[in-house]
Design a protein around this ligand. Structure first.
Ligand code: PMV
Length: 336
């Protein structure tokens, strides 16, 4: 889980100077990609998500022993957000996190701290930046309070924070980031972990078009409300593909998994969440050695995920670069 302490020392004067050891809490969390079933998962269909372990959020919590009254300071330089609780918007993640901890554990006062958040996960790109911050903040505050929480509990607390930003999240993002394992997920059920029969390698290509998950989820909901029959059929077909994809992963069937990914992309196109740029990237990947590709996450921007054989990665990267798609990431899943 990547937690370790940084040593801070505080000199306290009682009758004579006493050195108190106050470790700062350092938490790392990962990114994620949805491999199958985005949007349909909100409506009860299964989805598959995988961790991206080389994209990371780092949360540092430093106890503030000098504060006379409970004081909480937030610093996220990547997004230019900084201030104490009074300066932050009332729906800020830190405000919500403190409320969730007070209510869940009947704590009257949480000892003061300073929180520093930084991340290499691109924002609004479907790679889990918000869930990664939610899980990181929950882990850090739990440690600060001396609570040894199981991963299930970390996950349910992080889900509370996710609701703040996404309104009606399925819970798949916080779950894959909490457990850091590939999983088959059905809303409101325990995750089922996947054991890939063979290693699978993926390339993620960032369209660099920012997209807000809550907005796209809302658009899909309105379209579903307007025409429920075709949308229910789409969700059902995506669910069926996802069930087949689970078999392909456990059997190590690369060709089948790739084909299913591209089919999933076509269903997402019909749902109205793709964009010409995302379709272009999918086609470029499939024409240049990928076994399959699809948009991942909410769509209307963000990333495409392509299934690739390890030996085709260099040439595909070259082709993508030449076409102007320069921001890419790699991740793999394999038997642990
Ligand atoms: O956060 P994103 O962009 O990866 O999208 C999450 C996946 C959705 O299915 C679109 C929403 C959800 O809550 O599952």
């Amino acid at each position: 889980m990547g937690n370790r302490g940084i040593d801070y020392f505080l000199l306290v004067y009682v009758h004579q100077p006493v050195l108190i050891h106050m470790p700062a809490i350092l938490v790392h969390t990962i990114g994620k990609s949805i491999l199958f079933g985005e949007h349909a998962v909100v409506y009860g269909q299964p989805a598959i998500a995988i961790p991206i372990t080389n994209l990371r959020t780092r949360v540092t919590l430093t106890p503030d022993l000098k504060a006379q009254t409970p004081t909480y300071h937030y610093d996220a330089p990547d997004i230019g957000m900084q201030g104490t609780l009074d300066d932050l918007p009332h729906d800020h993640i830190l405000v919500e996190a403190l409320r969730v901890f007070r209510e869940s554990f009947s704590i009257k006062s949480i000892p003061s701290f300073k929180l520093h958040v930084s991340s290499s996960i691109p924002v609004a790109a479907g790679l889990g930046s918000s869930a990664s911050i939610s899980v990181g903040i929950v882990r850090a505050i739990a440690q600060h309070l001396g609570l040894k929480l199981p991963v299930e509990r970390i996950n349910t607390l992080a889900y509370q924070l996710e609701k703040l930003h996404h309104g009606n999240p399925s819970g798949i993002d916080n779950t894959v980031i909490s457990y850091e394992k590939p999983l088959y997920y059905i809303r409101d059920q325990a995750p089922q972990f996947l054991e890939p029969g063979e290693p699978f390698h993926f390339l993620l290509i960032n369209s660099a078009i920012h997209s807000l998950t809550s907005q796209v989820v809302d658009e899909v909901r309105r379209a579903w409300e307007a025409t429920p029959i075709p949308f229910n059929a789409l969700f059902h077909d995506i669910g069926a593909l996802t069930a087949q994809a689970r078999q392909a992963i456990t059997k190590g069937n690369q060709v089948m998994l790739g084909q299913l990914m591209t089919e999933n992309h076509h269903l997402l196109q019909k749902m109205g969440v793709s964009l010409p740029s995302l379709d272009d990237i999918v086609t470029l990947c499939n024409d240049n050695g990928a076994l399959g590709a699809k948009l991942c996450g909410a769509g209307k921007g963000g990333n495409v995920i392509a299934l690739v054989k390890a030996d085709t990665i260099p040439s595909l990267l070259q082709t993508l670069q030449s076409a102007g798609w320069t921001e890419t990431y790699q991740t793999s899943i394999s038997k642990k």
